[in-house]
Design a protein around this ligand. Structure first.
Ligand SMILES: Cc1ncc(COP(=O)(O)O)c(C=O)c1O
Length: 455
């Protein structure tokens, strides 16, 4: 091993444990602590905890630091902006970083048509605003979302989210006029056909199937928008088959339904292209981004057709903090890095490397039921039986715990909690990825029962 990981104590060490104890007395338990470590420093894809342990980060703050922790360009841009001003409120006074970032996003998002962009603070807020604008423009109320989809924790975003526990249980009533349809999750195909999807066999990709779905759900002519993650994020890194997307986009166009691509997790190079939409030749009416947009600062964007976004009246859109100048400066530096360092292409290479290793493991370990994902948005799905595909959350939890004990932060996903996803910074070099994969492999071996677990 190249030796990035440095363990001075057990994980978590005493200082991490002490802070987590304070946390439990000061912060509600509803805010999860996915790992028990307290971080004091982060650089690239490396975390240093409060006990001086160095860990490799394959979680990237849940897909927020595609450009790595403290990318030098981002740090410099934020410092320079801070020397000018930190806040004046864009609806009150105009400043260039906001306008320039809107111009850049209008240029780099799919489609050469005229666009507009405005900024809010979080992914959930972008979801809310995209739906709000779509309803205003179309004069319709219905919104189509997907099984296994995740769109955030505000009231409408919760309604659009599929997974009940922990996101919805006990938090109703939910926003009305939300209709959920099946996601083309080929590994768990509802129609039982279990095609590969990627090979062009998605049984849900037909006009008649879509018409049947809508016939039992909602009148398409009362629907304002379809909101979709092209590759499910929290739902388990499931890319939609291309042919399904083609049919759905055609169906939406024929019924004047707006297509909102939720690229909050897929965005900014993760899938091997700047946006997942590019894999599908899809030009969404509205595209929403957040997470890696600003390299660690809170920022989200709603970008879309000029006629759609210009529809609401003056004062109908905005907010106190949306498009904060520090976050806009950071995002401009992120976009520079995406271009200058060719991060999407690098993501494709890294993703191929990780997927190749996952496939080797799948040949050895029957608990790996599926390996999938676009570019570096890669995951494995764990099952207790390859025939029945019964989800195996227990082995997933053991692998994550084993990896953390050995110095690697890994995240799970999936409606059944049985998917391990990789969201490593896309700037990580091959040797760091290989070191992380070696640890992952050791944890997998221990959890699958072939090697002793760490004490
Ligand atoms: C696809 C998708 N949409 C929306 C959200 C919500 O974003 P936020 O947590 O910034 O509100 C997330 C967050 O994980 C996401 O992955």
């Amino acid at each position: 091993m190249s030796g990035i990981i440095l363990l001075q104590t057990e994980i978590p060490g005493p200082n991490s444990r002490a802070l987590l104890t304070r946390r439990s007395r000061a912060v509600p338990r509803g805010v999860p602590a996915v790992t028990p470590i307290a971080v004091v420093h982060a650089d690239g894809a490396v975390l240093t905890d409060a006990d001086g342990n160095r860990l490799i980060d394959f979680g990237g703050g849940i897909g927020v630091v595609n450009t790595g922790h403290r990318h030098p360009g981002v740090v410099q841009a934020v410092r320079e902006q801070l020397d000018q001003f930190a806040h004046v409120c864009f609806p009150v006074s105009t400043y260039e970083p906001y306008v320039e970032l809107a111009e850049r996003l209008n240029r780099v998002t799919p489609g050469s048509h005229e666009k507009r962009t405005f900024f809010v603070n979080s992914g959930a807020e972008a979801v809310e605003n995209a739906v709000k604008v779509a309803r205003f423009f179309t004069g319709r109320q219905g919104v189509i979302c997907f099984e296994h989809g995740f769109h955030g924790r505000t009231n409408l975003a919760m309604a659009l989210t599929s997974k009940v526990m922990p996101y919805k249980k006990g938090f109703g009533p939910f926003a009305p006029e939300v209709y959920r349809i099946p996601f083309p999750y080929c590994y768990r195909c509802e129609a039982g056909q279990r095609g590969s999807g990627a090979a062009g066999q998605c049984c849900m990709a037909s006009r008649s199937r879509l018409e049947q779905t809508f016939a039992g759900t909602v009148d398409p002519d009362s629907v304002a928008a379809i909101i979709m993650e092209l590759e499910l994020g929290e739902g388990g890194f499931v890319p939609a088959p291309r042919e399904y997307l083609d049919e759905l986009a055609r169906f939406a166009r024929d019924h004047s339904i707006l297509f909102i691509a939720d690229e909050i997790q897929t965005g900014f190079g993760r899938t091997g292209k700047l946006f997942a939409s590019e894999h599908y030749g899809l030009v969404p009416d509205i595209i929403i981004t957040a997470k890696s947009l600003a390299g660690g600062l809170p920022l989200a964007a709603v970008t879309g057709r000029a006629d759609v976004l210009d529809a609401p009246h003056v004062g109908g859109l905005g907010g106190t903090y949306g498009g904060n100048p520090l976050a806009c400066a950071a995002a401009l530096a992120v976009l520079d890095a995406m271009e200058e360092e060719r991060i999407p292409a690098r993501a494709q290479r890294t993703g191929d490397r990780i997927k190749a290793r996952f496939r080797e493991w799948a040949d050895q370990y029957p608990c790996i039921g599926d390996v999938r994902g676009l570019g570096a948005m890669v995951a494995m799905e764990l099952v207790s039986d390859r025939q029945t595909r019964a989800p195996d959350k227990a082995v997933t939890v053991r692998i994550l715990a084993g990896a953390l004990a050995r110095g690697l932060v890994l995240l799970s996903a999936g409606t059944y909690g049985n998917v391990i996803r990789v969201l490593a910074p896309l700037t990580a070099d091959d040797s760091l990825i290989d070191e992380g994969l070696a640890v992952f492999g050791a944890a997998l071996e221990a959890a699958a029962g072939r090697a002793p677990a760490l004490a």
